[in-house]
Design a protein around this ligand. Structure first.
Ligand code: GUN
Ligand code: ZN
Length: 449
Protein backbone atom coordinates (compact mmCIF):
# COMPACT_ATOMS: atom_id res chain seq x y z
CA UNK A 1 0.00 0.00 0.00
CA UNK A 2 1.25 3.48 -0.89
CA UNK A 3 2.35 5.46 2.20
CA UNK A 4 0.77 8.92 2.58
CA UNK A 5 3.99 10.21 4.10
CA UNK A 6 5.57 13.10 2.28
CA UNK A 7 9.07 14.41 2.77
CA UNK A 8 9.69 17.92 1.43
CA UNK A 9 13.32 18.82 0.88
CA UNK A 10 14.47 22.43 0.59
CA UNK A 11 15.74 25.44 2.48
CA UNK A 12 13.54 25.86 5.54
CA UNK A 13 12.62 29.05 7.38
CA UNK A 14 10.29 29.28 10.36
CA UNK A 15 9.93 31.75 13.22
CA UNK A 16 10.04 31.14 16.98
CA UNK A 17 9.47 34.76 18.04
CA UNK A 18 9.14 38.18 16.48
CA UNK A 19 12.54 39.31 15.16
CA UNK A 20 13.67 42.45 16.96
CA UNK A 21 16.28 43.54 14.41
CA UNK A 22 17.42 42.72 10.86
CA UNK A 23 19.99 40.27 12.27
CA UNK A 24 18.08 38.73 15.18
CA UNK A 25 19.02 35.12 14.43
CA UNK A 26 17.51 33.92 17.73
CA UNK A 27 14.01 34.56 16.37
CA UNK A 28 14.03 31.95 13.62
CA UNK A 29 15.20 28.52 12.52
CA UNK A 30 16.86 28.34 9.11
CA UNK A 31 18.07 25.03 7.68
CA UNK A 32 20.05 25.15 4.42
CA UNK A 33 19.46 21.49 3.48
CA UNK A 34 16.28 20.90 5.42
CA UNK A 35 13.29 18.62 5.32
CA UNK A 36 9.73 18.42 6.58
CA UNK A 37 8.02 15.08 7.11
CA UNK A 38 4.25 15.30 6.64
CA UNK A 39 1.38 12.87 7.19
CA UNK A 40 -2.32 13.24 7.83
CA UNK A 41 -2.16 16.95 7.00
CA UNK A 42 0.27 17.65 9.84
CA UNK A 43 4.02 18.26 10.10
CA UNK A 44 5.53 15.27 11.90
CA UNK A 45 9.20 16.26 11.87
CA UNK A 46 11.47 19.09 10.81
CA UNK A 47 15.26 19.10 10.63
CA UNK A 48 18.20 18.58 8.35
CA UNK A 49 17.47 16.37 5.38
CA UNK A 50 19.80 13.68 6.66
CA UNK A 51 18.20 13.63 10.11
CA UNK A 52 14.63 13.61 8.86
CA UNK A 53 15.19 11.00 6.16
CA UNK A 54 16.81 8.68 8.69
CA UNK A 55 13.56 8.68 10.69
CA UNK A 56 11.13 8.92 7.79
CA UNK A 57 10.29 5.27 7.13
CA UNK A 58 8.42 4.91 3.86
CA UNK A 59 7.78 8.29 2.25
CA UNK A 60 7.60 10.09 -1.05
CA UNK A 61 10.32 12.72 -1.38
CA UNK A 62 9.66 16.02 -3.15
CA UNK A 63 12.81 17.96 -3.80
CA UNK A 64 12.23 21.72 -3.78
CA UNK A 65 15.87 22.74 -3.69
CA UNK A 66 17.07 25.47 -4.11
CA UNK A 67 13.78 27.09 -3.09
CA UNK A 68 12.72 28.31 0.34
CA UNK A 69 9.94 26.65 2.37
CA UNK A 70 7.98 28.80 4.83
CA UNK A 71 4.61 28.57 6.51
CA UNK A 72 1.68 29.48 4.24
CA UNK A 73 0.66 33.13 4.27
CA UNK A 74 -2.30 34.36 6.30
CA UNK A 75 -4.54 37.16 5.00
CA UNK A 76 -6.45 38.61 7.96
CA UNK A 77 -8.90 40.90 6.08
CA UNK A 78 -10.29 40.29 2.61
CA UNK A 79 -13.70 40.70 0.95
CA UNK A 80 -14.63 37.62 -1.04
CA UNK A 81 -17.54 39.27 -2.99
CA UNK A 82 -15.21 41.99 -4.30
CA UNK A 83 -13.10 39.89 -6.67
CA UNK A 84 -14.68 41.54 -9.71
CA UNK A 85 -14.35 45.15 -8.55
CA UNK A 86 -10.66 45.18 -7.63
CA UNK A 87 -9.10 48.12 -9.52
CA UNK A 88 -12.19 50.34 -9.78
CA UNK A 89 -11.24 53.92 -10.50
CA UNK A 90 -11.31 57.24 -8.86
CA UNK A 91 -13.09 57.24 -5.51
CA UNK A 92 -12.35 57.35 -1.80
CA UNK A 93 -14.04 55.07 0.70
CA UNK A 94 -17.72 56.13 0.88
CA UNK A 95 -18.06 56.86 -2.84
CA UNK A 96 -16.16 53.69 -3.68
CA UNK A 97 -18.59 51.66 -1.57
CA UNK A 98 -21.69 53.28 -3.09
CA UNK A 99 -20.46 53.34 -6.69
CA UNK A 100 -18.76 49.98 -7.06
CA UNK A 101 -18.88 47.79 -3.99
CA UNK A 102 -22.51 47.71 -2.90
CA UNK A 103 -23.93 47.17 -6.43
CA UNK A 104 -21.43 44.35 -6.93
CA UNK A 105 -22.28 42.63 -3.65
CA UNK A 106 -26.00 42.55 -4.55
CA UNK A 107 -25.09 39.90 -7.16
CA UNK A 108 -24.27 37.48 -4.34
CA UNK A 109 -27.98 37.00 -3.67
CA UNK A 110 -27.59 34.38 -6.40
CA UNK A 111 -26.16 31.21 -4.84
CA UNK A 112 -24.79 30.02 -8.19
CA UNK A 113 -22.82 33.23 -8.63
CA UNK A 114 -21.52 33.02 -5.06
CA UNK A 115 -20.35 29.44 -5.58
CA UNK A 116 -18.59 30.30 -8.85
CA UNK A 117 -16.83 33.29 -7.29
CA UNK A 118 -15.81 31.30 -4.20
CA UNK A 119 -14.00 28.83 -6.41
CA UNK A 120 -12.15 31.60 -8.26
CA UNK A 121 -11.41 33.38 -4.98
CA UNK A 122 -9.65 30.39 -3.42
CA UNK A 123 -7.78 29.67 -6.67
CA UNK A 124 -6.39 33.20 -6.45
CA UNK A 125 -5.46 32.90 -2.80
CA UNK A 126 -3.60 29.66 -3.39
CA UNK A 127 -1.75 30.93 -6.44
CA UNK A 128 -0.51 33.84 -4.32
CA UNK A 129 0.62 31.62 -1.43
CA UNK A 130 -2.21 32.42 0.97
CA UNK A 131 -3.42 29.35 2.83
CA UNK A 132 -5.67 31.03 5.44
CA UNK A 133 -8.11 33.88 4.79
CA UNK A 134 -10.27 35.92 7.13
CA UNK A 135 -13.07 37.02 4.84
CA UNK A 136 -16.11 39.24 4.74
CA UNK A 137 -18.86 37.57 2.74
CA UNK A 138 -21.86 39.55 1.45
CA UNK A 139 -25.04 40.17 3.46
CA UNK A 140 -26.53 36.99 1.97
CA UNK A 141 -26.32 33.81 4.03
CA UNK A 142 -25.70 31.87 0.80
CA UNK A 143 -22.46 33.76 0.15
CA UNK A 144 -21.06 32.59 3.49
CA UNK A 145 -22.19 29.03 2.78
CA UNK A 146 -20.41 29.22 -0.60
CA UNK A 147 -17.23 30.50 1.05
CA UNK A 148 -17.15 27.79 3.73
CA UNK A 149 -18.15 25.01 1.34
CA UNK A 150 -15.34 25.83 -1.05
CA UNK A 151 -12.80 26.08 1.80
CA UNK A 152 -14.00 22.75 3.17
CA UNK A 153 -13.59 21.12 -0.24
CA UNK A 154 -9.96 22.30 -0.21
CA UNK A 155 -9.46 21.52 3.49
CA UNK A 156 -8.30 25.08 4.20
CA UNK A 157 -8.22 26.72 7.62
CA UNK A 158 -10.44 29.77 7.13
CA UNK A 159 -12.39 32.35 9.05
CA UNK A 160 -15.38 34.21 7.64
CA UNK A 161 -18.79 35.62 8.18
CA UNK A 162 -21.77 37.17 6.45
CA UNK A 163 -21.84 40.92 6.92
CA UNK A 164 -24.54 42.42 9.10
CA UNK A 165 -25.85 45.58 7.41
CA UNK A 166 -29.35 46.98 7.84
CA UNK A 167 -29.09 50.60 6.67
CA UNK A 168 -27.30 52.97 4.28
CA UNK A 169 -27.12 50.31 1.60
CA UNK A 170 -29.21 49.61 -1.53
CA UNK A 171 -32.20 47.31 -1.79
CA UNK A 172 -31.12 43.70 -1.86
CA UNK A 173 -28.15 44.41 0.38
CA UNK A 174 -29.79 44.96 3.74
CA UNK A 175 -30.81 42.51 6.42
CA UNK A 176 -32.69 43.32 9.65
CA UNK A 177 -31.51 43.08 13.26
CA UNK A 178 -33.46 39.83 13.76
CA UNK A 179 -32.77 38.42 10.27
CA UNK A 180 -29.06 39.14 10.55
CA UNK A 181 -28.98 37.52 13.98
CA UNK A 182 -30.86 34.42 12.78
CA UNK A 183 -28.69 33.96 9.68
CA UNK A 184 -25.47 34.42 11.67
CA UNK A 185 -26.68 31.93 14.26
CA UNK A 186 -27.47 29.37 11.58
CA UNK A 187 -24.06 29.87 9.94
CA UNK A 188 -22.29 29.53 13.30
CA UNK A 189 -24.13 26.28 13.95
CA UNK A 190 -23.30 24.99 10.47
CA UNK A 191 -19.67 26.00 10.23
CA UNK A 192 -17.94 27.19 13.38
CA UNK A 193 -15.55 24.44 14.46
CA UNK A 194 -16.47 22.23 11.49
CA UNK A 195 -13.22 20.88 10.05
CA UNK A 196 -10.85 23.82 9.79
CA UNK A 197 -13.51 26.58 9.72
CA UNK A 198 -14.18 29.38 12.21
CA UNK A 199 -17.00 31.90 12.16
CA UNK A 200 -16.52 35.66 12.45
CA UNK A 201 -19.48 37.75 13.60
CA UNK A 202 -19.28 40.58 11.07
CA UNK A 203 -21.08 43.91 11.55
CA UNK A 204 -19.71 45.55 8.37
CA UNK A 205 -19.09 48.95 9.99
CA UNK A 206 -20.98 51.43 12.13
CA UNK A 207 -22.46 53.31 9.16
CA UNK A 208 -24.34 50.28 7.81
CA UNK A 209 -25.75 49.03 11.12
CA UNK A 210 -28.53 50.58 13.22
CA UNK A 211 -28.11 50.63 17.00
CA UNK A 212 -30.70 47.82 17.07
CA UNK A 213 -28.44 45.69 14.90
CA UNK A 214 -25.41 46.50 17.07
CA UNK A 215 -27.39 45.23 20.07
CA UNK A 216 -27.99 41.94 18.22
CA UNK A 217 -24.30 41.72 17.26
CA UNK A 218 -23.48 42.11 20.95
CA UNK A 219 -25.90 39.29 21.80
CA UNK A 220 -24.20 37.03 19.22
CA UNK A 221 -20.76 37.85 20.67
CA UNK A 222 -21.98 37.13 24.21
CA UNK A 223 -23.56 33.84 23.11
CA UNK A 224 -20.51 32.78 21.05
CA UNK A 225 -17.40 34.12 22.79
CA UNK A 226 -15.21 31.68 20.85
CA UNK A 227 -16.23 33.16 17.47
CA UNK A 228 -14.15 35.89 15.90
CA UNK A 229 -15.57 39.39 15.44
CA UNK A 230 -14.56 41.60 12.54
CA UNK A 231 -15.40 45.09 11.36
CA UNK A 232 -13.87 48.32 10.03
CA UNK A 233 -12.58 51.21 12.12
CA UNK A 234 -11.38 54.76 11.33
CA UNK A 235 -10.33 54.21 7.74
CA UNK A 236 -11.32 57.59 6.33
CA UNK A 237 -12.04 61.06 7.77
CA UNK A 238 -15.51 61.40 6.16
CA UNK A 239 -16.41 57.92 7.41
CA UNK A 240 -15.47 58.93 10.97
CA UNK A 241 -17.50 62.16 10.81
CA UNK A 242 -20.58 60.36 9.48
CA UNK A 243 -20.24 57.61 12.11
CA UNK A 244 -20.20 60.18 14.92
CA UNK A 245 -23.34 61.81 13.43
CA UNK A 246 -25.11 58.44 13.43
CA UNK A 247 -23.96 57.59 16.97
CA UNK A 248 -23.94 60.99 18.75
CA UNK A 249 -23.69 59.35 22.18
CA UNK A 250 -20.42 57.56 21.32
CA UNK A 251 -17.20 59.01 22.75
CA UNK A 252 -15.38 58.18 19.52
CA UNK A 253 -15.64 55.67 16.65
CA UNK A 254 -14.32 52.69 18.59
CA UNK A 255 -16.81 53.42 21.36
CA UNK A 256 -19.64 52.49 18.97
CA UNK A 257 -18.33 48.92 19.03
CA UNK A 258 -17.20 49.02 22.65
CA UNK A 259 -20.58 50.09 24.05
CA UNK A 260 -22.25 47.06 22.41
CA UNK A 261 -19.74 44.65 23.94
CA UNK A 262 -17.86 43.70 20.78
CA UNK A 263 -14.26 44.29 21.88
CA UNK A 264 -11.97 41.44 22.89
CA UNK A 265 -8.86 39.61 21.71
CA UNK A 266 -11.13 37.91 19.19
CA UNK A 267 -11.87 41.20 17.43
CA UNK A 268 -10.18 42.30 14.20
CA UNK A 269 -10.51 45.97 13.27
CA UNK A 270 -9.69 46.69 9.64
CA UNK A 271 -7.64 49.85 8.99
CA UNK A 272 -7.59 51.59 12.43
CA UNK A 273 -5.76 54.56 10.93
CA UNK A 274 -7.05 57.82 12.42
CA UNK A 275 -7.29 56.94 16.12
CA UNK A 276 -7.78 59.07 19.24
CA UNK A 277 -5.69 58.37 22.32
CA UNK A 278 -8.69 56.94 24.14
CA UNK A 279 -9.28 54.50 21.33
CA UNK A 280 -5.67 53.35 21.39
CA UNK A 281 -5.90 52.82 25.15
CA UNK A 282 -9.12 50.83 24.72
CA UNK A 283 -7.49 48.62 22.06
CA UNK A 284 -4.59 47.98 24.43
CA UNK A 285 -6.89 47.19 27.37
CA UNK A 286 -9.23 44.85 25.50
CA UNK A 287 -6.63 43.18 23.25
CA UNK A 288 -8.61 43.93 20.07
CA UNK A 289 -6.43 43.71 16.94
CA UNK A 290 -5.97 46.50 14.38
CA UNK A 291 -5.45 45.23 10.83
CA UNK A 292 -3.04 47.13 8.56
CA UNK A 293 -4.19 47.06 4.90
CA UNK A 294 -1.41 48.84 2.99
CA UNK A 295 -2.43 48.51 -0.66
CA UNK A 296 -6.01 49.46 0.19
CA UNK A 297 -4.99 52.47 2.29
CA UNK A 298 -2.90 53.80 -0.60
CA UNK A 299 -5.49 52.96 -3.26
CA UNK A 300 -8.36 54.74 -1.46
CA UNK A 301 -6.08 57.51 -0.17
CA UNK A 302 -7.16 56.60 3.36
CA UNK A 303 -4.04 57.41 5.35
CA UNK A 304 -0.94 55.99 7.02
CA UNK A 305 -1.19 53.20 9.61
CA UNK A 306 0.93 53.88 12.70
CA UNK A 307 2.37 50.41 13.31
CA UNK A 308 5.14 51.49 15.70
CA UNK A 309 2.84 53.76 17.72
CA UNK A 310 0.30 51.00 18.31
CA UNK A 311 2.95 48.37 19.03
CA UNK A 312 4.54 50.67 21.60
CA UNK A 313 1.26 50.43 23.53
CA UNK A 314 1.46 46.64 23.50
CA UNK A 315 -1.15 46.22 20.75
CA UNK A 316 -0.92 43.24 18.36
CA UNK A 317 -1.30 44.40 14.75
CA UNK A 318 -2.29 42.11 11.91
CA UNK A 319 -1.65 42.76 8.19
CA UNK A 320 -3.90 42.03 5.21
CA UNK A 321 -4.76 42.70 1.57
CA UNK A 322 -8.33 44.08 1.91
CA UNK A 323 -9.23 43.01 -1.63
CA UNK A 324 -11.21 44.66 -3.45
CA UNK A 325 -9.95 48.07 -2.17
CA UNK A 326 -6.58 46.38 -1.88
CA UNK A 327 -4.82 46.03 -5.21
CA UNK A 328 -2.97 42.72 -4.87
CA UNK A 329 -3.81 39.26 -3.58
CA UNK A 330 -0.13 38.84 -2.76
CA UNK A 331 0.92 39.14 0.86
CA UNK A 332 4.41 39.86 -0.54
CA UNK A 333 3.09 42.88 -2.44
CA UNK A 334 1.20 43.82 0.72
CA UNK A 335 4.54 43.87 2.55
CA UNK A 336 6.06 45.92 -0.27
CA UNK A 337 3.47 48.69 0.08
CA UNK A 338 3.50 48.32 3.86
CA UNK A 339 7.23 48.95 3.86
CA UNK A 340 6.67 52.22 1.96
CA UNK A 341 3.85 53.40 4.22
CA UNK A 342 6.09 52.88 7.23
CA UNK A 343 9.00 54.62 5.46
CA UNK A 344 6.82 57.72 5.11
CA UNK A 345 6.55 57.77 8.91
CA UNK A 346 10.23 57.01 9.51
CA UNK A 347 9.35 53.47 10.64
CA UNK A 348 11.13 50.37 9.40
CA UNK A 349 9.75 47.02 8.28
CA UNK A 350 12.79 44.78 7.98
CA UNK A 351 12.49 41.52 6.05
CA UNK A 352 12.64 39.12 8.99
CA UNK A 353 9.90 41.06 10.75
CA UNK A 354 7.94 41.17 7.48
CA UNK A 355 8.01 37.40 6.91
CA UNK A 356 7.22 36.80 10.55
CA UNK A 357 4.21 39.11 10.23
CA UNK A 358 2.49 37.34 7.30
CA UNK A 359 3.00 33.92 8.92
CA UNK A 360 3.39 33.51 12.70
CA UNK A 361 2.55 37.16 13.47
CA UNK A 362 -0.87 36.99 11.81
CA UNK A 363 -1.41 33.56 13.39
CA UNK A 364 -0.80 35.13 16.81
CA UNK A 365 -3.22 37.94 15.99
CA UNK A 366 -5.81 35.19 15.37
CA UNK A 367 -4.80 33.13 18.40
CA UNK A 368 -4.07 30.22 16.05
CA UNK A 369 -0.29 29.97 16.38
CA UNK A 370 -0.55 26.41 17.73
CA UNK A 371 -2.15 25.39 14.40
CA UNK A 372 -0.80 27.58 11.58
CA UNK A 373 1.90 30.14 10.83
CA UNK A 374 5.01 28.08 11.62
CA UNK A 375 6.66 24.84 10.51
CA UNK A 376 6.68 23.40 14.04
CA UNK A 377 6.04 19.65 14.30
CA UNK A 378 2.44 19.11 15.36
CA UNK A 379 1.11 22.08 13.39
CA UNK A 380 -0.86 21.88 10.16
CA UNK A 381 1.06 21.39 6.94
CA UNK A 382 0.18 24.67 5.17
CA UNK A 383 3.41 25.53 3.39
CA UNK A 384 4.63 27.78 0.57
CA UNK A 385 7.66 27.22 -1.63
CA UNK A 386 9.30 30.51 -2.64
CA UNK A 387 11.53 31.14 -5.64
CA UNK A 388 13.50 34.36 -5.19
CA UNK A 389 14.70 34.14 -8.82
CA UNK A 390 11.24 33.85 -10.35
CA UNK A 391 11.59 36.87 -12.66
CA UNK A 392 14.51 38.32 -14.59
CA UNK A 393 14.57 41.36 -12.32
CA UNK A 394 14.67 39.19 -9.20
CA UNK A 395 17.26 36.88 -10.66
CA UNK A 396 19.58 39.75 -11.56
CA UNK A 397 19.18 41.27 -8.10
CA UNK A 398 19.80 37.92 -6.43
CA UNK A 399 23.25 37.74 -8.05
CA UNK A 400 24.25 40.37 -5.47
CA UNK A 401 22.35 38.97 -2.49
CA UNK A 402 24.68 37.62 0.19
CA UNK A 403 22.38 36.77 3.08
CA UNK A 404 19.01 35.29 3.96
CA UNK A 405 17.78 38.76 4.95
CA UNK A 406 18.70 40.13 1.54
CA UNK A 407 16.91 37.28 -0.21
CA UNK A 408 13.83 37.87 1.94
CA UNK A 409 13.87 41.56 1.14
CA UNK A 410 14.00 40.78 -2.58
CA UNK A 411 10.92 38.57 -2.07
CA UNK A 412 9.23 41.26 0.06
CA UNK A 413 9.71 44.02 -2.51
CA UNK A 414 9.61 42.21 -5.86
CA UNK A 415 7.70 39.00 -5.13
CA UNK A 416 4.16 38.13 -6.23
CA UNK A 417 2.34 35.05 -7.52
CA UNK A 418 5.21 34.27 -9.91
CA UNK A 419 7.36 33.76 -6.83
CA UNK A 420 5.12 31.03 -5.42
CA UNK A 421 6.55 27.79 -6.79
CA UNK A 422 4.26 25.46 -4.86
CA UNK A 423 1.69 25.59 -2.08
CA UNK A 424 0.70 22.78 0.29
CA UNK A 425 -2.64 22.88 2.06
CA UNK A 426 -2.94 20.32 4.85
CA UNK A 427 -0.01 18.52 3.22
CA UNK A 428 -1.47 18.39 -0.29
CA UNK A 429 0.29 20.07 -3.24
CA UNK A 430 -2.00 22.62 -4.90
CA UNK A 431 -0.03 23.70 -7.95
CA UNK A 432 0.62 20.39 -9.61
CA UNK A 433 4.04 19.61 -8.16
CA UNK A 434 6.69 21.28 -10.30
CA UNK A 435 9.47 19.81 -8.15
CA UNK A 436 11.26 16.50 -8.61
CA UNK A 437 9.45 13.70 -6.78
CA UNK A 438 10.59 10.13 -6.07
CA UNK A 439 10.00 7.29 -3.61
CA UNK A 440 12.26 7.27 -0.57
CA UNK A 441 14.14 4.06 -1.48
CA UNK A 442 15.24 5.60 -4.75
CA UNK A 443 16.28 8.82 -3.02
CA UNK A 444 18.37 6.80 -0.57
CA UNK A 445 20.10 5.19 -3.54
CA UNK A 446 20.72 8.62 -5.06
CA UNK A 447 22.14 9.74 -1.75
CA UNK A 448 24.34 6.65 -1.47
CA UNK A 449 25.68 6.83 -5.02
N1 GUN B 1 -15.75 49.81 5.16
C1 GUN B 1 -16.96 49.20 5.12
N2 GUN B 1 -17.00 48.29 4.14
C2 GUN B 1 -15.79 48.32 3.54
C3 GUN B 1 -15.22 47.59 2.46
O1 GUN B 1 -15.84 46.74 1.83
N3 GUN B 1 -13.93 47.91 2.13
C4 GUN B 1 -13.22 48.85 2.82
N4 GUN B 1 -11.96 49.10 2.45
N5 GUN B 1 -13.73 49.54 3.82
C5 GUN B 1 -15.00 49.28 4.19
ZN1 ZN C 1 -12.36 45.79 4.38
Amino acid sequence: MQSDRLLLRGRILTFRSEPQSPDDTSAYTYIEDGALLIAGGVILARGTYNDVIAEAGEARVVDHRPHLLTAGFIDTHIHFPQVQIIASWGAQLLDWLNTYTFPEETRFADDGHAAAMASRFFDLLISHGTTTSVAYCSVHKGSANAYFQEAERRDMRVIGGKVLMDRNAPDGLRDTPQGGYDDSKELINSWHGKGRAHYAITPRFAITSTPEQMVMAGVLVAEHPDCFVQTHLSENRNEIAYTLELYPEARDYLDVYQRYGLLSEKMLLGHSIHLENREIDALAETGARPVFCPTSNLFLGSGLFDDAGLKAKGITNAIATDIGAGTSYSMLQTLNEGYKILQLQNQKLHPLQAFHWITRGNAIALGLEDKIGTLEPGTEADIVVLNARATDAMSLRMERANSLSEELFVLQMLGDDRTIDEVYVAGRAQKGGKAISYPLQESTQVLAS
